[in-house]
Design a binder for this molecule. Structure first.
Ligand code: PLP
Length: 372
């Protein structure tokens, strides 16, 4: 049994493949490429995006949770899957069974992972995560060599790589970025002095991949740019990216309202003259954040229509401009192009007071996805 919901996310997988090639084109040959597909591929669907990225030359996948990794494995993905942070120790058996490579930031977890590996007679690969200034997770840069030396002696473990994460890679010429890079290279040098090979060294997210070639090391980890979205205004002039996500709905209801009539909860918008109102079947539970109420537009019939009244959980309304005819079933574009007009996810994110990362994730919550 199936039907077509009148609201959908369209994902252009050719755009994903093109973006992977464009990003890889900015790295030295031989640099590994991790496609970050956490949060269900930033709302685009982790599995189809993973397949497209791998087909276009990605070497590995990055995810945030053990569930995300297991889901990809069970769907038949054989590429290396890395966890970008350390999972709970209760996950060590799942991780080993599914061949997932975790990040390590605590001795307790390293011990649990090592014991589980040793019990199976294998050395479990892991990446050491060093905190160089973001102060989120990671072994403090000044202690990384001691930490690495201590867990190097644990049985059942194998250091496959060493990583850090930047807090300000999207700001060109930022001093804090330079400081993080300096702390990272010093920590790597001290590890080598201790006789520890840091393995695959990696630090660059999308903005660092685009703006900071000096931070590419052995592998880059690209998320947002994979989806054709720019991590900041400063990357627009640097690389051509193709947005993969469009958000499309069909008009479910059209009506005339008289002067002074209000629309939606609280009647926060009122018609100043008789007008036409069209209803669309998606709302804040689909990613149209309620803060966008009375502050966004959609494209219908190639025309920009202002959203009016509060965005509801499952629906919202727009005013049809004079001279435009709209019928039930007509297509409305929230994100993407229609005729000569287009709306970027960035436009919507800015109006919502957030970033394209969050908007993309939100549109992935409940809407069906269609791939082309
Ligand atoms: C999410 C994440 C990335 C990808 O970041 P983008 O800015 O989306 O490219 C890379 N590394 C880590 C550790 C992350 O958590």
């Amino acid at each position: 049994m199936s039907y077509e919901r009148w609201a959908r996310v369209e994902v252009d997988l050719e755009a994903v493949r093109r973006n992977v090639r464009a990003l890889k084109g900015r790295t030295e040959p031989g640099t590994l490429f991790m496609a970050v597909v956490k949060a269900d591929g930033y709302g685009h669907g982790a599995l189809p995006v993973a397949r497209a990225a791998l087909a276009a030359g990605a070497d590995r996948l990055g995810v945030a949770t053990v569930d995300e990794a297991v889901t990809l494995r069970e769907a038949g993905i054989t590429a290396t899957i890395q966890l970008l942070s350390e999972p709970p120790a209760s996950a060590v058996d799942l991780i080993i069974e599914h061949g997932v490579v975790p990040a390590v930031t605590t001795r307790a977890f390293a011990g649990a992972l090592g014991r589980a590996g040793a019990a199976r007679g294998i050395d479990t690969p892991y990446h050491l995560k060093i905190d160089t200034g973001m102060n989120r997770i990671g072994v403090p840069a000044g202690e990384a060599h001691e930490f690495a030396a201590a867990i190097d002696s644990f049985p059942g473990l194998q250091l496959e790589g060493t990583m850090t994460h930047f807090a300000t890679a999207d700001v060109p010429g930022d001093w804090d970025f330079e400081m993080q890079l300096e702390r990272f290279t010093s920590a790597l040098a001290r590890m080598r002095d201790e006789g520890i090979d840091p393995g695959i060294v990696h630090a660059a997210n999308s903005p660092a991949t685009i703006l900071h070639p000096e931070a590419h090391f052995d592998m880059v980890r690209c998320g947002i740019a994979l989806y054709g979205l720019h991590p900041s205004r400063d990357t627009y002039g640097e690389i051509e990216l193709a947005p993969a996500m469009s958000v499309i709905a069909r008009v479910t209801f059209v009506k005339k309202v008289g002067m002074g009539e209000g629309v939606s909860y609280g009647l926060t918008w009122r018609a100043v003259a008789p007008t036409t109102i069209a209803t669309l079947p998606l709302g804040y539970a689909d990613g149209v954040h309620r803060v966008l109420s009375n502050n966004m537009e959609v494209l219908i019939g190639g025309a920009r229509c202002a959203q009016v009244g509060r965005v509801c959980m499952d629906q919202f309304m727009v005013e049809v401009p004079r001279g435009v005819t709209v019928d039930e079933g007509d297509e409305a574009v929230l994100v993407g192009a229609q005729g000569a007009e287009s709306i970027l996810l960035d436009d919507l994110a800015e109006r919502a007071g957030t970033i394209n990362y969050e908007m993309a994730c939100a549109f992935g919550m409940r809407m069906p996805r269609v791939y082309r």
